[in-house]
Ligand binder design. Structure first.
Ligand SMILES: [Zn+2]
Length: 369
């Protein structure tokens, strides 16, 4: 299943863009859909912001999804808002999903972290390590919704860093998935197999859009993670990780791809298509490597007299919130031969490089000194 570019352009939520998304930006979109899809606050964050839930559809298959459990991971939230647009607009696929599925969506589980652009909540706790303790109000809200809604499937929606490549290839892992383990032995239980099959369906569809750019996370077991906990409770759970698409630091292309993944997953669950997929298709997705840098500077000896000729410089961006914008601040990551590293952008540090790079070289020189 693939949503055409023209359909996507028509249903895309235009009110949100880029990397910074707080509840003030998301709430108007939710309220706009509220007459059609019931909206309710299911809990309150540490700093008193509501944790919203939307209910959609009337089908037998119950799907629970939550986004922005890590506050600085907004790409899947944008995709979820696009999904509301798609399901609200009608059309055969949307009608089929709403007929066969009931969706419970928590579009921003960690509103305090979202506002501050932090991974953790306002108490400094990583909510994805709090699944057993349930020490935080946000964790308890998700757990309460899980117990009450009794989902057949869970989608745990995240962003990943730009460092991941697919297998050993030089392609970025634009989307990654995981069917989390349900025990130390990483048993392929029935519910875990179901999450693997659904990821296989998503991957098949994504390969048509981004061939070779889908990766799989390793499945080491950690019961403190929400996905592992729900999987251990025998609810098939899928981890979605939105990653880097070339040139797309605002993650708008990735957002569209996450939307496609969500629509495919729901269409697969709603129809009779699920049975066609196999665990082996999931296992055939390459595991992620960690071999990308944001920038590699070649001929670095030309900008730093102490470096030898072969030396290359790896730069990684850190993200800084200023106002309502995210700035990507270059930080020196590593200096060396960088033989097994790939770069999203390459700069030639050579003095003979094109004139237009002179300014960039000056900026790099300031950065490195
Ligand atoms: Zn995350």
């Amino acid at each position: 299943m693939k949503v055409s570019p023209s359909t996507y352009a028509a249903i895309q939520e235009k009110g949100v863009y880029g990397r910074y998304l707080n509840l003030d930006m998301v709430r108007p979109v939710l309220e706009q859909w509220a007459p059609r899809f019931p909206l309710q606050a299911m809990g309150t964050s540490v700093l008193g912001e509501p944790i919203y839930q939307l209910l959609l559809g009337r089908g037998a298959k119950r799907v629970l999804m939550w986004s922005q459990m890590h506050g600085n991971e907004s790409t899947t939230t944008k995709a979820v808002l696009d999904l509301l647009g798609f399901l609200g607009a009608g059309g055969d696929v949307a009608a089929g999903i709403l007929e066969h599925c009931t969706l419970c969506i928590l579009p921003m589980l960690n509103p305090d972290g979202a506002r501050a652009y932090t991974r953790v909540n306002a108490n400094g706790v990583d909510l994805n390590r709090d699944a057993q303790l349930l020490s935080q109000p946000e964790s308890r809200a998700l757990h309460d919704v899980y117990k009450r809604f009794r989902p057949h499937f869970c989608f745990n929606l995240h962003d990943q860093r730009t460092i991941f490549n697919v297998g050993k290839s030089p392609k970025p892992a634009t989307l990654s998935f995981l069917a989390p383990a349900c025990d130390e032995a990483r048993t392929v239980s029935r519910s875990r197999a179901d999450s693997m099959k659904l990821i296989a369906a998503i991957n098949k569809s994504l390969q048509e859009l981004i061939p070779g750019q889908v990766g799989r996370y390793d499945d080491s077991f950690n019961l403190n993670c929400v996905g592992d906990t729900f999987q251990a409770l025998q609810t098939p759970t899928l981890l979605f990780e939105a990653g880097h698409y070339p040139g797309d630091y605002p993650r708008e292309q990735t957002r569209m791809l996450v939307f496609q993944a969500l629509a495919t997953a729901l269409d697969t669950l709603g129809g009779e298509k699920f049975a066609a997929y196999r665990v082996e298709q999931y296992l055939a997705i390459p595991e992620n490597g960690k071999n990308f840098l944001d920038i590699i500077v070649t001929n670095a000896h030309q900008i730093h007299p102490q470096w030898e000729k072969e030396i290359r410089v790896g730069i990684q961006f850190t993200e800084e919130l200023r106002g309502n914008n995210i700035y990507f601040m270059p930080k020196l990551q590593e200096v060396g031969l960088l033989r097994h590293k790939f770069a999203h952008q390459a700069y030639d540090g050579s003095i003979a490089a094109e004139r237009k790079q002179v300014q960039e070289q000056r900026e790099l020189y300031h950065l490195l000194n």
